[in-house]
Structure formats: structure tokens, C-alpha cells
Design a protein around this ligand. Structure first.
Ligand SMILES: [Zn+2]
Length: 337
């Protein structure tokens, strides 16, 4: 009897451990389906492969030849993989050239985890917002994005892995307030993280205010292009409240500038809220042969060596490049209690 009881206890304990392990793991959603966060490796959190600036009124996937895009961009993605990248977050929104099928083909041929998004991009005075969207309520916009999560994008069955919106760099317009409200509603239903093209602090904090009102924890919000805000105290303040600080315009000419922002956040013990990327790429169908393509190399070739020179520990580097992206893009509802 005693043996039986201890066996049952042992079994219950094992089950409990298993549940905890599963809970710890979490998933991200890639163009090839869910992937465990512990398989993400080094992640570039804000990049592009294809961007078409023609505007929402004229956008069409017939304005480029998929094989030409693949021919141009594939070497750059392979290079990123060779340098150590394992997960690649493609931030091009709908009506700006988001093409889940082409991303799937890049993922299949490189082995990279690639993540795409749902949401609408209101920056640039709504040039990339489809006309019907202006008359929709926040709830209706959210419903469109939620159904992409539930059923896949169009008929591709490919699901978004985060919400990408964009707002102008000044105080939020009524429509941009609606976009962040819709993003909040979508987050609460899907657990997708919100990455908002923002820039300076004014619209960043206004968005945080709306998220708070909607009951979303700031950990669900990525302040995209935060390097545009020159008052570092504002970055420290937002990170201190839990928002993700995306320093995403890294290139060979601004490594020192990035390093100094990162060091400030490190001094304030906020390294665990920083995301790093190049905002590079991309094939532009309006330009001859897609125009000039910026590769995704500076982080590996310049920034990581600079970290080591500045005595960042390997643990801190892993925090920035592996652990933070996994926490930021994990599918998880972050609701205020
Ligand atoms: Zn971008």
C-alpha cells in the first residue's frame, strides 16, 4: 500500500515538473508554424526583405517578380545565417509589401525561423492604410487582425507572429489612437506582441497610456525606432515601466552611438528590456533590380566585438540577442490584473 502511494506521489511530481517545463518554454509563431522559444537562437528583431512604398491604393503583388526578389535577397539571408542568426523578424506590414509566401520560401531555403505580422501601418500620414480602414472601429480592425491569427493570412494558412502598427512621430491622431487600441484588443485575444513604428517619446508614451487604459501590460509593447529619441531618460523611463526598447537602425556608421545608448541602459540595469536589429534590407519593386540592398551584418561583425571590447559578459550578450527576443515575441497574453 505504502509503495503504491509513493508511486502515485512520484508520478504526480513528475507530471508537475513536466507542466512547469512546458509553461517555461513558450512558443513563437513563424511562417512555418509554432517554434519553441528555446529554439530561437540569435534573433534579428526588426528587419525587412521586401518593401513596396507605392501606397495602399496601388499595392499589388503582381508589381514584382517573386523569383527576382529571391535571387536578390537570398544571399543576404544566407550570410546572416552563416554569421549566427537563427530567427529573423520581418517587419513589413500589410499594404507595404508583406508577402507571407515569399517569406515561407526564404525560411524553407535558409532554415531560418522567419516571423511575419498582422496590423496596419499609419506612419507617413496613412499612405499605407487601405481606404476602408478609416471607417472601421477599433473593434472591427482588431477583428480583421485576430482572424489572421486564427485562420492565417489570406488563403496562405500562414499565421502572423506579432502585431505591427505604425504611428506618426508627433502626438497621436484620432486614427492612430484607434490603431493602438485595436492592437491592444488584438493582443488581449491572441497574445501577439505589439511592435509599433514610433520614433520619438511623445507618441511612445501616448501609446503606453492607451495600453494601460485597455488593460495591457507594457511588456507586450515594443517601442520601435526608439533610437530616434535623443533624451535617453525617456528610454530609461519606458523600459523601467516594462516596454521593450527597440534599437533597430544599426549600421556600420552608428555602432558607437548604439553602444553608448546600450551602456546607459545597462548602467540603469535595463539590459533585459533592449532589442537590437538593423532595420535593413530590402527589395524595392519601384527601383531597378530592387535598388540597393543593405545586408544584416553589422550586429555580428561590429557590435558583438565592440561588446566584448567593452567587457560585456557572454551572459549579457546572450541576454540581448537570444533571451530578450524570446521573451518579447513569445505568444502570451499580458493582461493587467
Ligand atoms: Zn522597419
Amino acid at each position: 500500500m505504502k509503495i503504491k502511494l509513493s508511486l502515485i506521489l512520484l508520478f504526480a511530481l513528475l507530471l508537475l515538473c513536466q507542466c512547469n517545463a512546458d509553461r517555461k518554454k513558450g512558443i513563437i509563431m513563424t511562417v512555418n508554424g509554432p517554434v519553441s522559444t528555446d529554439k530561437m537562437g540569435i534573433c534579428l528583431t526588426h528587419e525587412h526583405i521586401l518593401v513596396d512604398f507605392i501606397g495602399a491604393d496601388n499595392i499589388s503583388d503582381s508589381s514584382y517578380d517573386r523569383s527576382a526578389v529571391i535571387h536578390k535577397a537570398l544571399p543576404y539571408l544566407k550570410q546572416a545565417k552563416e554569421l549566427g542568426c537563427r530567427t529573423f523578424v520581418e517587419c513589413t506590414p500589410a499594404y507595404l509589401g508583406r508577402d507571407p509566401l515569399i517569406l515561407k520560401s526564404f525560411s524553407d531555403s535558409t532554415g531560418l525561423n522567419i516571423i511575419t505580422n498582422t496590423g496596419y501601418y499609419g506612419a507617413n500620414n496613412n499612405k499605407f492604410i487601405p481606404a476602408f480602414a478609416f471607417n472601421e472601429s477599433a473593434e472591427q480592425l482588431a477583428q480583421i487582425w485576430i482572424s489572421e491569427w486564427e485562420q492565417g493570412i489570406g488563403d496562405t494558412r500562414i499565421k502572423p507572429g506579432f502585431i505591427k502598427i505604425g504611428v506618426n512621430s508627433d502626438s497621436l491622431s484620432e486614427f492612430h489612437k484607434k490603431l493602438i487600441t485595436a492592437a491592444a484588443l488584438t493582443h488581449l485575444k491572441t497574445g501577439l506582441t505589439i511592435a509599433s513604428h514610433t520614433g520619438p517619446a511623445v507618441p511612445a508614451f501616448e501609446q503606453l497610456e492607451i495600453l494601460e487604459k485597455e488593460g495591457v501590460v507594457f511588456d507586450a509593447f515594443i517601442w520601435v525606432h526608439a533610437q530616434a529619441e535623443k533624451d535617453l531618460f525617456r528610454l530609461v523611463e519606458a523600459a523601467g515601466k516594462g516596454a521593450w526598447i527597440s534599437l533597430d537602425g544599426l549600421n556600420d556608421n552608428n555602432v558607437e552611438e548604439f553602444l553608448s545608448i546600450i551602456k546607459t541602459l545597462r548602467e540603469k540595469k535595463l539590459l533585459h528590456k533592449v532589442l537590437l536589429s538593423h532595420d535593413a534590407g530590402w527589395y524595392d519593386p519601384e527601383k531597378e533590380n530592387g535598388g540597393e540592398f543593405r545586408g544584416y551584418t553589422t550586429l555580428f561583425e561590429k557590435l558583438i566585438p565592440a561588446f566584448r571590447k567593452e567587457q560585456f559578459s557572454e551572459k549579457e550578450i546572450e541576454q540581448l540577442l537570444v533571451i530578450n527576443p524570446a521573451r518579447a515575441f513569445e505568444i502570451k497574453v499580458r493582461r493587467r490584473l
